[in-house]
Ligand binder design. Structure first.
Ligand code: C2E
Ligand code: CA
Ligand code: CA
Length: 570
């Protein structure tokens, strides 16, 4: 082929094309490659000048491994050992890399040699990188994701098997009551909070640690070369510490706490899932401590989780078999010393596991429809008990009966009509029945919550806000709902003798509640000091172990008989 025609054909091709001679020297390049080379500085520009030694240039332009592969492939084509060779190569430039797919084909005839064709695949590479990045990163926080974490954990497990002294630990954490943050401040702020939490976690961990977000409000850290259990716990404590100061988001101060589970890697672990399961159990145990806590996993916790499984399996049967009982805890007036009310608290007498507290089975019931059956049952028993007490003990004629309500019950469309039926069937006076609801139930959908509370009030029932102070709502917010009384959460009462701040919180709650015309009940009064301080603050009602624990029916009868309405220690 005449050289001019050959050059014309090369120039008309869309890709970058170069022809090499038998020695590997550049014979010619097409217009497109010439323009590309002109756009670069040396060594790329020099690589495609006619006469340049392609093999020598490769070593200067491409990264080592690429250069070696391209040289070997091109040599084999030139030597006739193979008809073609393909590779992906990158041309580095200050701002970004250009990626090309290179095809080397042999050229026979009088001008034997090779033809190199470069096709630009930069965009495709960027896309691949993007996809690869997304596959292993969390889009919101930019941290690694669960998939990558598991990958690293697998490697750590393999390493510890080869070298058992290469300790590692997994720190698993979950933000306490994060759902409430979302509900209160909205999802945008919730997302911002997660980003700032990620940032603080990064500061609390070392560069060699693997920090990942597992989705939602769950994060995990893989700490390699950890210094035994003490080192792992210290790392967890550092994280707790980092979270302690409030976050300022959109001019709002938000305080959060986290629950942490820590697992130390051992050769006994074969699979990342097993470590994560144990970490989850330990974290769950921190939650049961009330959060803001870290727990080191020990094998006893696996027993706890099989216990939870048993609870899940047996709860339905227990309701049918009447194993769920109701205990009653007195509420006393600090002014008169008399019992003015009772709170109904569910208990489960399990045939094998013994007495199970509500904190263990109510959340299980709440995950299914069983909470409705359970809630109706507690309300019915409480109504029956109140009518019975009025008959047996005339002194209890004005006593109230409080029943706890779950969010799921509260949202049920036939919730109010169901209660009305029970009231009618048992003949209990609605004005002496109190329903205890929590702040979070109101935040979820304030409008429909307000409607439900109105309907309850129309039935003549009393409505109480429970665990006050543990949510994010303010008293002024609560003003929108027609409550009768407010229960100050036991976490404030229990520490009121320890810090001035908690005492001040209680003082403020009492003052504001009074201003809004609400009665105040202090929960968790355990010692005389609490009672005396509350009396001094003019808090009218109290409940707690100092006066009485929750009692089963007979013990309650005995107490009422003995004291004729007066409560011990009041
Ligand atoms: P709660 O409504 O805050 O109930 C008060 C809890 O505080 C009870 O725990 C009671 O035994 C405990 N308590 C009372 N006095 C003291 C004290 O002086 N110190 C301390 N540390 N604790 C005290 P319990 O019976 O284990 O109930 C736990 C929670 O389970 C209740 O918290 C309530 O939220 C829920 N619950 C109980 N029964 C029912 C029910 O029938 N339905 C629903 N939805 N929830 C229930
Ligand atoms: Ca309660
Ligand atoms: Ca409470």
């Amino acid at each position: 082929m005449p050289p001019d025609l050959f050059q014309d054909i090369l120039d008309s091709l869309p890709g970058h094309v170069a022809a090499l001679d038998q020695e590997g020297l550049v014979a010619t390049v097409n217009a497109s490659l010439a323009a590309f080379a002109a756009d670069h500085s040396a060594p790329v520009s020099a690589m495609f000048r006619p006469g340049a030694d392609f093999f020598a240039a490769c070593a200067e332009v491409f990264p080592d491994r690429q250069a070696a592969a391209v040289c070997q492939g091109a040599r084999e084509v030139l030597g006739g050992q193979r008809p073609r060779f393909m590779a992906e190569v990158s041309f580095p430039r200050q701002d970004h890399e250009f990626w090309f797919s290179l095809v080397v084909t042999s050229r026979l005839g009088p001008q034997a040699g090779a033809i190199l064709t470069f096709m630009d695949i930069t965009r495709q590479k960027q896309l691949e990188e993007h996809i690869l990045h997304d596959a292993f990163h969390d889009t919101l926080t930019g941290l690694f994701n669960r998939a990558l974490f598991i990958n690293r954990l697998e490697r750590a497990i393999n390493r510890i098997r080869r070298a058992p002294n290469q300790n590692f630990a997994v720190i698993y954490l979950d933000i306490d009551r994060f759902k409430l943050v979302n509900k209160t401040f909205g999802h945008v702020t919730g997302d911002r909070l997660l980003m700032v939490v990620a940032n603080r976690l990064q500061k609390a961990t070392r560069a060699s640690d693997t920090l990942a977000r597992f989705g939602g409000d769950e994060f995990a850290v893989l700490v390699e070369d950890v210094d035994g259990p003490d080192g792992a716990i210290a790392a967890a404590e550092r994280i707790l510490c980092r979270m302690a100061s409030p976050f300022t988001l959109r001019k709002q101060n938000i305080s959060i706490t986290v629950s942490i589970g820590v697992v130390l890697g051992t050769t006994a672990y074969e699979h990342p899932d097993h470590i994560l399961r144990d970490a989850d159990n330990a974290m769950y145990s921190s939650k049961e401590h009330g959060g803001n806590h870290s727990t080191l996993f020990d094998a006893g916790m696996r027993v706890i989780s099989s216990r939870r499984m048993e609870i899940e399996l047996d709860l339905g049967k227990a309701l049918a078999a009447n194993e769920i009982m109701v205990y009653y805890q007195p509420i006393v007036s600090l002014r008169s010393g008399r019992i003015t009310g009772l709170e109904a608290l569910a208990r489960w007498r399990h045939p094998r596991l013994g007495m199970i507290p509500p904190m263990e089975f109510i959340p299980v019931a709440e995950e299914s429809n069983l909470i409705n059956v359970l809630g109706d049952m507690v309300f019915r028993k409480a109504c029956e008990r109140l009518t019975e007490l009025s008959r047996k003990f005339p002194a209890t004629a004005l006593m109230t009966m409080s029943v706890n309500i779950s969010a799921r019950q509260f949202r049920r469309p036939d919730f109010v009509s169901g209660l009305r039926d029970i009231l009618e069937r048992t003949g209990a006076p609605p004005e002496r029945m109190c329903l205890e609801v929590t702040e979070s139930m109101l935040m979820e959908d304030a409008e429909s919550a307000a409607r439900t509370i109105r309907e309850l009030k129309d039935l003549g029932l009393r409505v109480v806000i429970d665990d006050f102070g543990t949510g994010y709502s303010s008293l002024s917010y609560l003003q929108r709902f027609p409550f009768d009384s407010l229960k100050v959460d036991r976490s404030f009462v229990g520490t009121m003798n320890e810090t001035r701040q908690n005492r001040e919180i209680i003082r403020t709650i009492i003052a504001m509640a009074r201003h809004l015309g609400l009665e105040v009940v202090a929960e968790g009064v355990e010692i005389c000091e609490h009672r005396d301080m509350l009396t001094a603050l003019d808090c009218e009602f109290a409940q707690g172990f100092l006066f009485s624990e929750p009692l089963e029916s007979e013990a309650l009868d005995a107490l009422l008989e003995r004291h004729d309405g007066d409560c011990p220690s009041s």
